[in-house]
Design a protein around this ligand. Structure first.
Ligand SMILES: [Zn+2]
Length: 389
């Protein structure tokens, strides 16, 4: 049964001029047609969604999330309605049709994904690195984990290239979609570059990306030189990123998930001037990254922060990104980085019908990116603002 979204302003991609008073026709899970009302015919049967006054874009990606909160434990036993509600509150109500989980219990996260893919519950596409590889002693104490709201599950500790290669291969054999390494922690020595290289070699051989969590500029440098594809955070704790870091980033074409909100949140108990400094440093790091043409993938460390992405959008604009650049970080940039640009990230005939309908115009007010009327995945409405689960 076709679905027609009628009357909205359509951004088919972040770089093309929007179509005013447009129509998107969805059929069989894919985009059947897109264009202005004068060109595209409304199907005679099927569902009609009135999108007048709304903005339509391709489905959003959140490229740094975690399914490690206690609410996801024993995923097989969470009642369907509750699982659906949790996925809505975390992801679909904000337009996320794809989420890349960067460290959680793989077996459990895979179960959540299976329940979505079997259409038992509506939800986003989930990709996951499974358990992150960490330096010995880097796991927080049970008390801290409990305060973070995280499940206490075993994580592979690695200290050298050999152990990193073995741990990465084991995860890849279990079917993960990427490898995540923690470069260092306040409780441990940093991983040697050779360990990141060894894990990256395994991942790349399997055609999968490598994500690295850095705590400072040195970690970023080690990660980039070690073959990381995505730097999972800015590092406002460590001051500005210098020329050496930026030139390596440029040479290696590495991407960044900025996660600006989380550092501001962690600084909330500190004096106002310290909070200001955190925001200044992280936005300067993002600004410098963009100035050298570095790729940005939208990511919030969701699971460790409040699900509402409004503040992240605002902080990204403070770093100099405009609406179209932020839209690219939510759509075309991740689709390209993760090898899906032939079917996701844009609104074009034949592409998967992953769509977000926003209440208003995000080119005028960036906060509109978080005000979602409908989220569609594969042509199915997986979130509608007017309906409670
Ligand atoms: Zn994270």
């Amino acid at each position: 049964m076709p679905v027609a979204l009628v009357g909205g302003t359509i951004y088919v991609s972040p770089t093309e001029e929007p179509i005013e008073d447009g129509i998107v026709v969805v059929d069989g899970g894919k985009i059947a047609a897109v264009g202005s009302r004068t060109v595209v015919e409304i199907p005679s049967s099927g569902q009609l969604l009135n999108c007048s006054g709304f903005t339509i874009t391709a489905g959003f990606w959140n490229n740094h999330v975690h399914f490690f909160e206690r609410k996801w434990a024993n995923a097989a036993e969470i009642p369907a309605l509750e699982l659906r509600r949790q996925l809505r509150d975390m992801l679909t109500r904000y337009g996320f049709t794809t989420a890349f989980d960067l460290a959680s219990e793989w077996k459990n996260t895979r179960n959540i994904r299976d329940r979505i893919e079997s259409e038992e519950v509506p939800g986003p596409r989930i990709r996951s690195t499974g358990e992150g590889l960490i330096p010995p002693g880097a796991v927080p104490s049970e008390t801290v984990l409990h305060m973070m709201g995280a499940m206490n599950v075993p994580v592979p500790e690695v200290k050298n290239a050999k152990e990193a290669a073995i741990a990465a291969r084991k995860l890849l054999d279990q079917g993960v979609d990427g490898i995540k390494l923690f470069a260092s922690s306040p409780r441990s020595a940093a991983l040697p570059q050779s360990a990141i290289e060894a894990a990256a070699k395994e991942a790349h051989r399997a055609g999968k990306p490598v994500f690295v969590h850095p705590n400072n500029g040195i970690d970023v440098l080690t990660a980039v030189r070690g073959g990381a594809d995505v730097i999972a955070h800015t590092t406002p704790q460590s001051g500005d990123w210098d020329e050496t870091i930026l030139s390596e980033v440029k040479a290696h074409r590495v991407a960044l998930t900025p996660t600006l909100t989380i550092w501001k949140y962690y600084a909330r108990h500190d004096r106002a001037s310290i909070q200001d400094q955190v925001v200044k440093t992280e936005t300067e790091q993002l600004r410098a990254w963009i100035s050298i043409g570095g790729a940005v993938l939208f990511g919030t460390d969701l699971g460790a922060v409040d699900p509402d992405p409004t503040e992240e959008y605002t902080l990204m604009t403070q770093a100099g990104m405009n609406f179209r650049e932020i839209l690219a970080s939510l759509t075309t940039e991740p689709a390209e980085r993760f090898g899906e640009s032939h079917r996701l990230g844009r609104i074009a005939p034949g592409f998967q019908a992953d769509l977000v309908v926003l209440r208003g115009d995000p080119s005028r007010n960036i906060e509109t990116l978080a005000v979602v009327e409908y989220t569609l995945r594969d042509g199915r409405i997986i979130y509608h603002r007017g309906l409670r689960v």
